[in-house]
Design a binder for this molecule. Structure first.
Ligand SMILES: Nc1nc2c(ncn2[C@@H]2O[C@H](COP(=O)(O)OP(=O)(O)OP(=O)(O)O)[C@@H](O)[C@H]2O)c(=O)[nH]1
Ligand SMILES: [Mg+2]
Length: 362
């Protein structure tokens, strides 16, 4: 099970460009709208200096990073929820993603057409968000019909479910995304099952072009802050060019420095994705691999073990948990053990970001 971020935005916002930068997958980038017709999928290894430090203790082992998946979806236009543009098809493609990256055009370039005429990020955000809400409205209205039928049946809880659902639906109709609504417990499972688009965590990606932060991207940042979200500024084209040109990690760093960038926007984007999805990373050094893994915050030790091997969840006995910094400082597992700094954790232990875990199974 991976975690997937779906990229949405108007045509020519730079979704495929940023996707290319992320994945080096070489998705087609063109200066005319609707260049992306089929969704591109890419798996992006997440570089993490903690994994590097841990791997340095085990030079004989292979280093395996964790990864995030990205889906580059065709551009959305006004009326998409009714099938305009590439319409419904890609709205169904984002149904299955865990988080939405909303790429917003913040660069002016006369050579790159803008479907709405000029650069106006807030208007663009509102167009896209309206389409997502309209799609939810449609899906949720269908579910409401089912709930109406159920409310006439023998299930005594059904009328309360219907009432709760209708309250959510009414608010969506007024433009309130589900992520900003309190979800009544009667319909929590239903929201999970239906997975409405406006319930998914969302990050804005301001694509600023070559010269960095500008007035447009500042408006996006303000808008994001007002609505309790994050906005990441990315120089899409430069990052994509660097990703393509750099043969190695060192070369990539050198290019970034040359452009006056201390860190790639993509690294910041991945971290924002982790925050939005409330993900944590833990590490293992079983067998021939030193490895990073990703789970949701609040995952118990046996379930985290189940990520490695489905058996681990059932056969779980205990987890030996080490603090990565302490392990690196001690220099070896043995030294840490002698210092009495390995914690034995049971079934209820919730994995924390940065834990190094040795699973002991029956
Ligand atoms: N000047 C400039 N152009 C860019 C930048 N990012 C992307 N572009 C250009 O904008 C055009 C559209 O970029 P894409 O990445 O294909 O846009 P998209 O959002 O995937 O578009 P659709 O697939 O049609 O929805 C291409 O010509 C890109 O080279 C940028 O940072 N600066
Ligand atoms: Mg595209």
């Amino acid at each position: 099970m991976g975690f997937t971020c779906g990229m949405v935005g108007l045509p020519n916002a730079g979704k495929s460009t940023i996707f290319n930068a992320l994945s080096g997958a070489g998705a087609r980038v063109e200066a005319y709208p609707f260049c992306t017709i089929e969704a591109n999928m890419g798996t992006v290894p997440v570089s993490d200096e903690r994994l590097d430090r841990l791997a340095a203790l085990f030079p004989e082992k292979r280093k395996v990073p964790t990864h995030l998946e990205f889906i580059d979806i065709a551009g959305l236009v006004q009326g998409a929820s009714e099938g305009e543009g590439m319409g419904n098809q890609f709205l169904s493609e984002i149904r299955s993603v865990d988080a939405i990256l909303h790429v917003v055009r913040c660069f002016a370039d006369p050579n790159v057409a803008h479907v709405a005429g000029d650069v106006d990020p807030i208007r663009d955000i509102e167009i896209v968000e309206t389409e997502l809400l309209l799609k939810d409205l449609e899906t949720m209205t269908r579910v409401r019909e089912r709930l109406i039928r159920e409310a006439k049946g023998p299930d005594r809880r059904a009328p309360a479910r219907l009432a709760a659902w209708e309250r959510l639906l009414d608010a969506v109709a007024e433009g309130v995304p589900l992520r900003d609504q309190e979800i009544p417990h009667e319909v929590e499972d239903l929201v999970r099952e239906v997975s409405p688009l406006s319930a998914k965590p969302l990050i804005y990606v301001a694509n600023v072009g070559d010269s960095g932060e500008n007035a447009h991207s500042r408006r996006v940042a303000e808008y994001a802050a007002r609505t309790g979200k994050e906005a990441i500024v990315i120089r899409g084209r430069i990052e994509a060019e660097i990703a393509e040109a750099a043969g190695s990690e060192e070369e990539r760093r050198a290019f970034l420095t040359e452009w006056g960038l201390s860190e790639s926007g993509l690294a910041r984007l991945i971290r924002a994705g982790y925050r939005a999805l409330e993900l944590v990373t833990f590490f293992t050094f079983e067998g021939p691999e030193v490895r990073a893994w990703t789970v949701r915050e609040g995952t118990t030790a046996p379930r985290a073990g189940g990520r490695i091997h489905s058996d681990f969840a059932e056969r779980f006995v205990l987890a030996e948990v080490m603090d990565l910094d302490e392990l690196v400082a001690a220099g070896s597992e043995q030294a840490l053990r002698e210092a009495g700094r390995i914690t034995r954790a049971g079934h209820d232990y919730l994995v924390r970001d940065g834990d190094v875990i040795h699973f002991i199974c029956a």
